[in-house]
Design a protein around this ligand. Sequence first.
Ligand SMILES: [Fe+2]
Ligand SMILES: [Fe+2]
Length: 256
Amino acid sequence: MTRALRERLPVGTSVREPPYRSVMELTEDERKELAEKLGSVQNYNGFVLREMARKDRRFFAPLIMSILSAEFRGIDFFGRFTVEVQEDKVPWHMTMAFARQTYDESRHTQLNMQLLQSLGSDVGEYPDIVLGPQRGDDIPPEELDPAILLARINVALEGFALTTFEEIRALAVETGEDLVAHCHDYNMADEVTHVGIGDYWLGKLSEEQPWRKERSARAQQEFEQALAMFRQLAMQYVGTLPDGNGAVPANSNTVN
Ligand SMILES: [Fe+2]
Ligand SMILES: [Fe+2]
Protein backbone atom coordinates (compact mmCIF):
# COMPACT_ATOMS: atom_id res chain seq x y z
CA MET A 1 0.00 0.00 0.00
CA THR A 2 1.22 3.52 -0.80
CA ARG A 3 2.42 5.44 2.23
CA ALA A 4 0.37 8.50 3.24
CA LEU A 5 1.59 11.87 1.95
CA ARG A 6 2.06 13.04 5.55
CA GLU A 7 4.63 10.24 6.09
CA ARG A 8 6.41 10.86 2.82
CA LEU A 9 6.38 14.66 3.04
CA PRO A 10 5.88 16.01 6.58
CA VAL A 11 3.97 19.28 6.99
CA GLY A 12 6.34 22.23 7.25
CA THR A 13 8.83 20.89 4.71
CA SER A 14 7.52 22.86 1.71
CA VAL A 15 10.19 24.85 -0.03
CA ARG A 16 10.21 28.10 -1.97
CA GLU A 17 12.84 30.14 -3.78
CA PRO A 18 13.77 32.43 -2.02
CA PRO A 19 13.15 30.19 1.04
CA TYR A 20 10.36 30.86 3.54
CA ARG A 21 11.62 33.07 6.32
CA SER A 22 9.31 34.32 9.03
CA VAL A 23 9.79 37.36 11.25
CA MET A 24 10.77 34.95 14.05
CA GLU A 25 13.70 33.65 11.96
CA LEU A 26 15.34 37.03 11.24
CA THR A 27 18.81 37.76 12.58
CA GLU A 28 19.27 40.72 14.91
CA ASP A 29 20.62 42.83 12.01
CA GLU A 30 17.69 41.90 9.78
CA ARG A 31 15.24 42.82 12.54
CA LYS A 32 16.94 46.19 12.85
CA GLU A 33 16.73 46.71 9.10
CA LEU A 34 13.01 45.83 9.09
CA ALA A 35 12.40 48.15 12.05
CA GLU A 36 14.18 50.95 10.19
CA LYS A 37 11.89 50.49 7.21
CA LEU A 38 8.67 50.20 9.18
CA GLY A 39 9.32 52.14 12.39
CA SER A 40 9.01 48.93 14.42
CA VAL A 41 9.04 45.18 13.75
CA GLN A 42 5.57 45.03 15.32
CA ASN A 43 4.27 47.16 12.48
CA TYR A 44 4.77 44.18 10.15
CA ASN A 45 1.15 43.22 10.44
CA GLY A 46 -1.58 43.54 7.80
CA PHE A 47 -3.87 45.73 9.91
CA VAL A 48 -1.15 48.13 10.98
CA LEU A 49 0.39 48.30 7.50
CA ARG A 50 -2.96 49.13 5.97
CA GLU A 51 -3.26 52.18 8.20
CA MET A 52 0.35 53.11 7.41
CA ALA A 53 -0.24 52.74 3.65
CA ARG A 54 -3.23 55.07 3.97
CA LYS A 55 -0.76 57.84 4.88
CA ASP A 56 2.29 56.83 2.86
CA ARG A 57 2.30 54.66 -0.29
CA ARG A 58 5.74 53.18 0.63
CA PHE A 59 3.87 50.84 2.94
CA PHE A 60 1.82 49.22 0.20
CA ALA A 61 4.82 46.95 -0.62
CA PRO A 62 5.09 45.32 2.85
CA LEU A 63 1.28 45.19 3.00
CA ILE A 64 1.17 43.25 -0.28
CA MET A 65 4.01 40.97 0.91
CA SER A 66 1.97 40.09 4.00
CA ILE A 67 -0.87 39.00 1.67
CA LEU A 68 1.49 37.24 -0.74
CA SER A 69 3.01 35.29 2.12
CA ALA A 70 -0.44 33.86 2.92
CA GLU A 71 -1.03 33.08 -0.78
CA PHE A 72 2.14 30.96 -0.91
CA ARG A 73 0.88 29.08 2.15
CA GLY A 74 -2.45 28.69 0.38
CA ILE A 75 -0.78 26.78 -2.48
CA ASP A 76 0.98 24.51 0.05
CA PHE A 77 -2.13 23.96 2.13
CA PHE A 78 -4.64 23.27 -0.66
CA GLY A 79 -2.14 21.23 -2.68
CA ARG A 80 -1.66 18.95 0.33
CA PHE A 81 -5.35 18.96 1.20
CA THR A 82 -6.28 17.80 -2.33
CA VAL A 83 -3.92 14.81 -2.00
CA GLU A 84 -4.39 13.98 1.69
CA VAL A 85 -8.19 13.78 1.61
CA GLN A 86 -7.90 10.93 -0.90
CA GLU A 87 -7.45 8.68 2.14
CA ASP A 88 -10.93 9.71 3.30
CA LYS A 89 -12.38 8.49 0.01
CA VAL A 90 -13.95 11.85 -0.80
CA PRO A 91 -16.07 12.28 -3.98
CA TRP A 92 -14.02 12.91 -7.12
CA HIS A 93 -15.70 16.26 -7.74
CA MET A 94 -14.56 17.44 -4.31
CA THR A 95 -11.00 16.64 -5.45
CA MET A 96 -11.64 18.68 -8.61
CA ALA A 97 -12.92 21.63 -6.56
CA PHE A 98 -9.79 21.72 -4.41
CA ALA A 99 -7.43 21.15 -7.33
CA ARG A 100 -9.08 24.21 -8.88
CA GLN A 101 -8.66 26.15 -5.66
CA THR A 102 -4.95 25.23 -5.55
CA TYR A 103 -4.66 26.61 -9.06
CA ASP A 104 -6.46 29.82 -7.95
CA GLU A 105 -4.00 30.24 -5.05
CA SER A 106 -1.10 29.90 -7.52
CA ARG A 107 -2.70 32.58 -9.65
CA HIS A 108 -3.08 34.88 -6.61
CA THR A 109 0.57 34.29 -5.83
CA GLN A 110 1.61 35.25 -9.35
CA LEU A 111 -0.69 38.29 -9.29
CA ASN A 112 0.61 39.55 -5.94
CA MET A 113 4.26 38.84 -6.84
CA GLN A 114 3.97 41.08 -9.87
CA LEU A 115 2.06 43.65 -7.87
CA LEU A 116 4.86 43.62 -5.30
CA GLN A 117 7.43 44.16 -8.09
CA SER A 118 5.38 47.03 -9.50
CA LEU A 119 5.65 48.63 -6.04
CA GLY A 120 9.46 48.39 -6.21
CA SER A 121 9.91 45.35 -3.95
CA ASP A 122 10.31 41.60 -4.44
CA VAL A 123 9.89 38.33 -2.53
CA GLY A 124 12.64 38.22 0.10
CA GLU A 125 12.74 41.93 0.95
CA TYR A 126 10.15 41.48 3.70
CA PRO A 127 9.79 38.31 5.80
CA ASP A 128 6.90 35.88 5.74
CA ILE A 129 4.09 36.30 8.20
CA VAL A 130 3.53 33.53 10.75
CA LEU A 131 0.41 31.49 10.03
CA GLY A 132 -0.40 28.96 12.77
CA PRO A 133 1.58 25.78 13.45
CA GLN A 134 3.87 24.84 10.57
CA ARG A 135 4.86 21.38 11.80
CA GLY A 136 2.74 18.26 11.62
CA ASP A 137 3.27 17.28 15.24
CA ASP A 138 1.82 20.58 16.49
CA ILE A 139 -1.59 19.66 15.07
CA PRO A 140 -3.70 17.06 16.95
CA PRO A 141 -4.79 14.30 14.48
CA GLU A 142 -8.53 14.96 15.04
CA GLU A 143 -7.96 18.50 13.74
CA LEU A 144 -6.97 17.01 10.40
CA ASP A 145 -10.44 15.70 9.59
CA PRO A 146 -11.40 17.26 6.21
CA ALA A 147 -14.58 18.85 7.61
CA ILE A 148 -12.71 20.50 10.51
CA LEU A 149 -10.03 21.80 8.12
CA LEU A 150 -12.68 23.18 5.79
CA ALA A 151 -14.45 24.94 8.67
CA ARG A 152 -11.23 26.59 9.83
CA ILE A 153 -9.53 27.34 6.54
CA ASN A 154 -12.15 27.74 3.82
CA VAL A 155 -14.98 29.16 5.84
CA ALA A 156 -13.33 31.07 8.71
CA LEU A 157 -9.89 32.03 7.32
CA GLU A 158 -10.94 32.67 3.74
CA GLY A 159 -14.01 34.57 4.95
CA PHE A 160 -11.57 36.72 6.89
CA ALA A 161 -9.34 37.05 3.77
CA LEU A 162 -12.38 38.19 1.82
CA THR A 163 -12.94 41.05 4.29
CA THR A 164 -9.21 41.89 4.17
CA PHE A 165 -9.19 42.07 0.35
CA GLU A 166 -12.29 44.25 0.40
CA GLU A 167 -10.62 46.62 2.87
CA ILE A 168 -7.41 46.77 0.83
CA ARG A 169 -9.35 47.32 -2.36
CA ALA A 170 -11.31 50.18 -0.74
CA LEU A 171 -8.07 51.73 0.53
CA ALA A 172 -6.47 51.40 -2.93
CA VAL A 173 -9.47 53.12 -4.56
CA GLU A 174 -9.32 55.88 -1.96
CA THR A 175 -5.58 56.46 -2.44
CA GLY A 176 -5.54 56.11 -6.25
CA GLU A 177 -3.56 52.81 -6.33
CA ASP A 178 -5.44 51.52 -9.36
CA LEU A 179 -3.37 48.38 -9.93
CA VAL A 180 -3.75 47.25 -6.31
CA ALA A 181 -7.50 47.92 -6.51
CA HIS A 182 -7.80 45.98 -9.78
CA CYS A 183 -5.81 42.93 -8.60
CA HIS A 184 -7.63 42.74 -5.27
CA ASP A 185 -10.94 42.90 -7.04
CA TYR A 186 -9.92 39.64 -8.79
CA ASN A 187 -8.66 38.13 -5.54
CA MET A 188 -11.94 38.94 -3.81
CA ALA A 189 -13.99 37.32 -6.56
CA ASP A 190 -12.04 34.07 -6.07
CA GLU A 191 -12.35 34.21 -2.29
CA VAL A 192 -16.14 34.38 -2.61
CA THR A 193 -15.95 31.11 -4.58
CA HIS A 194 -13.54 29.55 -2.07
CA VAL A 195 -15.81 30.29 0.88
CA GLY A 196 -18.69 28.85 -1.19
CA ILE A 197 -16.71 25.67 -2.00
CA GLY A 198 -15.89 25.26 1.71
CA ASP A 199 -19.52 25.74 2.78
CA TYR A 200 -20.79 23.31 0.17
CA TRP A 201 -18.35 20.49 0.95
CA LEU A 202 -18.63 21.02 4.69
CA GLY A 203 -22.37 20.40 4.31
CA LYS A 204 -21.82 17.29 2.15
CA LEU A 205 -19.21 15.78 4.48
CA SER A 206 -21.48 16.45 7.47
CA GLU A 207 -24.33 14.58 5.77
CA GLU A 208 -22.05 11.53 5.57
CA GLN A 209 -20.82 11.84 9.18
CA PRO A 210 -23.28 13.87 11.31
CA TRP A 211 -20.74 14.32 14.19
CA ARG A 212 -18.82 16.64 11.88
CA LYS A 213 -21.59 19.24 11.86
CA GLU A 214 -21.37 20.28 15.49
CA ARG A 215 -17.60 19.86 15.72
CA SER A 216 -16.87 21.88 12.62
CA ALA A 217 -19.24 24.65 13.77
CA ARG A 218 -17.25 24.83 17.02
CA ALA A 219 -13.93 24.85 15.13
CA GLN A 220 -15.15 27.66 12.89
CA GLN A 221 -16.37 29.70 15.85
CA GLU A 222 -13.08 29.27 17.75
CA PHE A 223 -11.08 30.28 14.72
CA GLU A 224 -13.25 33.33 14.05
CA GLN A 225 -12.94 34.40 17.69
CA ALA A 226 -9.14 34.06 17.53
CA LEU A 227 -9.04 36.15 14.33
CA ALA A 228 -11.32 38.81 15.86
CA MET A 229 -9.08 38.99 18.93
CA PHE A 230 -5.98 39.29 16.76
CA ARG A 231 -7.62 42.08 14.78
CA GLN A 232 -8.70 43.91 17.93
CA LEU A 233 -5.19 43.73 19.41
CA ALA A 234 -3.66 44.99 16.16
CA MET A 235 -6.14 47.87 15.93
CA GLN A 236 -5.36 48.89 19.52
CA TYR A 237 -1.72 48.92 18.53
CA VAL A 238 -2.47 51.19 15.55
CA GLY A 239 -3.94 53.66 18.05
CA THR A 240 -0.65 53.73 19.98
CA LEU A 241 1.56 54.55 16.97
CA PRO A 242 3.52 57.81 17.31
CA ASP A 243 1.03 60.09 15.57
CA GLY A 244 -1.99 57.90 16.23
CA ASN A 245 -2.61 57.20 12.55
CA GLY A 246 0.10 54.79 11.54
CA ALA A 247 2.49 57.24 9.86
CA VAL A 248 6.06 56.48 10.86
CA PRO A 249 9.10 58.72 10.46
CA ALA A 250 11.10 57.66 7.39
CA ASN A 251 14.29 57.08 9.39
CA SER A 252 12.86 55.78 12.66
CA ASN A 253 14.92 52.86 14.01
CA THR A 254 12.86 51.61 16.92
CA VAL A 255 13.34 47.86 17.38
CA ASN A 256 10.57 45.81 18.99
FE1 LIG B 1 -5.75 33.28 -2.38
FE1 LIG C 1 -8.48 31.46 -1.39
